[in-house]
Design a protein around this ligand. Structure first.
Ligand code: FMN
Length: 170
């Protein structure tokens, strides 16, 4: 067995210094809506448009996503921290009391999110204690607003620097 040079707590605390946004992954499987809060979201490819998300083994939404073959990435705004907390609670009915809105492919979406990215499951890779799901993005919609951040285990704000996007970015 390969010796563990970095233990899980150290890994979590160290990667916690990498600030991220916060998303909720939603899907519907056998007529049941599922959703979970997620920050292990990465843009992988522009052409074709691919992204990836990492599901902890045991996350109920992982099974629902792989069963249905479709999911939506909902990028949360600063005002949606309560939504992030709701969808992070284990073993709860995440949608209870929340008005459901549906995207084009019968996948529920989080209303008023900064963006919805409709995805088809492209491939699934098992990696350590997580299941990595690559999504091929089939449609997007966006709205203006400030993003919700996550840093060192806490929700945070993300403040833009400067008035214009960096020239090399677009
Ligand atoms: C900010 C934040 C980010 C999270 N990111 C992930 C993640 O990337 N992958 C993951 O498996 N769980 C992540 N979680 C934990 C899940 O949201 C949580 O385990 C959820 O209850 C799983 O729901 P489910 O089992 O009903 O699918 C995150 C939680 C929070 C608060």
């Amino acid at each position: 067995m390969t010796p563990q040079l970095v233990d899980p707590t150290t890994m979590r605390q160290t990667m916690g210094r990498f600030a991220t946004g916060v998303a909720v992954i939603t899907t519907e499987s056998d007529g049941v809506p599922h959703g979970m809060t997620m920050n292990s979201l990465t843009s992988v490819s522009l052409d074709p448009p691919l992204l990836l998300v990492c599901f902890n083994h045991g996350a109920r939404s992982a099974t629902a996503v792989t069963d249905s073959g479709r999911f939506v990435v909902n990028l949360l705004s600063q005002r949606q921290q309560p939504i992030a907390m709701r969808f992070a609670k284990r073993g709860e009915d995440h949608f209870g009391g929340l008005g459901l809105e549906y995207g084009d492919h019968r996948v529920p979406v989080v209303p008023n999110a900064l963006a919805h990215l409709d995805c088809e499951v492209d491939r699934i890779v098992e990696a350590g204690d997580h299941t990595v799901v690559f999504g091929r993005v089939t449609d997007v919609c966006t709205r203006d607003g400030d993003p919700l951040g996550f840093y060192q285990g806490r929700f945070s704000d993300i403040t833009p620097h400067g008035a214009e996007p960096e020239h090399w970015f677009f």
